[in-house]
Design a protein around this ligand. Structure first.
Ligand SMILES: [Zn+2]
Ligand SMILES: [Zn+2]
Length: 256
């Protein structure tokens, strides 16, 4: 059995046909998917999917790429995270690739999420792009290790992975690891121990080979796990078992 640790089932590219999404999950033995929130405006739809389908849980948070949304507070996030189907805070983090200029608001918002995660005892889902130093610095300053979490869709160096793992974080690999030209990420996947690894699709984007360019879906996480098994010269069954165990260990509210 496999799990998809990060997807966006509420996005229009995929939300219209969830029946076929769940059918492919069953076919590929993907037993669970974590549907990740990107704005509080969209959160009710994420929550509804997690309330409707036993194989889906939700997170609550505001993605760093969404600049023109209302400011959020720790109290607001904590209140929304009380819902029993909400098992994580995020996705949050820093993205200096998509947005430029004075991004102090992004760092403030990231701090708010870390404080909320610590307060409600639910782990963080962290997105970081072209901002590894600030991401790690803020994680340390805010005590993110006390909440734990995952560095999702990881595309940074082995050193950044190690620094995050030293803070108790998991490293999640997406379909990017299957791309021919992603040599650096493939090398990081070899370095990260299986005990700290998760797999995800980030669907509807970033479909793995052989579906690259198509709409991604949680069932395709199988191809991410297959590539990691190949890179690590490990058994596919072991990658499935360990990444699934890691997932339930991290998102501990799922099986409680
Ligand atoms: Zn992300
Ligand atoms: Zn995402």
């Amino acid at each position: 059995m496999l799990v998809d640790s990060h997807c966006h089932l509420d996005f229009p590219e995929i939300a219209a046909d969830l029946d076929s999404v769940f059918a492919l999950m069953r076919e590929n033995q993907v037993e669970h998917a974590l549907c990740v929130s990107v704005t509080l405006e969209d959160f009710p739809r994420v929550r509804r999917i997690a309330e409707t389908y036993a194989q889906v849980h939700a997170s609550v948070g505001v993605h760093p790429d969404y600049e023109k949304v209302d400011a959020i507070s720790v109290a607001e996030l904590v209140a929304l995270a009380e819902h029993p189907r909400v098992v994580a805070i995020g996705e949050t983090g820093l993205d200096y690739f998509r947005l430029k200029g004075d991004l102090e608001w992004q760092r403030d918002r990231f701090r708010t999420h870390i404080r909320a995660a610590r307060e409600c005892g639910k782990p963080l889902i962290i997105h970081t792009r072209s901002a590894a130093d600030d991401t790690l610095r803020i994680m340390r300053e805010e005590g993110a290790d006390k909440a734990g979490g995952v560095m999702h869709c990881f595309t940074e160096s082995a050193e950044v992975a190690k620094a995050a793992m030293d803070l108790g974080f998991y490293i999640s690999f997406s379909g990017i690891v299957t791309f021919k030209n992603a040599k650096d990420i493939k090398a990081v996947a070899v370095e990260v121990p299986m005990e700290r690894m998760l797999v995800e699709t980030d669907s509807p984007y970033l479909a793995p080979v052989p579906y690259r360019g198509r709409t991604n879906q949680p069932g395709y996480v199988k191809h991410v796990a297959e590539e990691i098994a190949r890179l690590k010269s490990a058994d596919f069954a072991d990658i499935c078992r360990l990444t699934t165990n890691n997932f339930y260990q991290l998102f501990k509210h799922i099986k409680n």
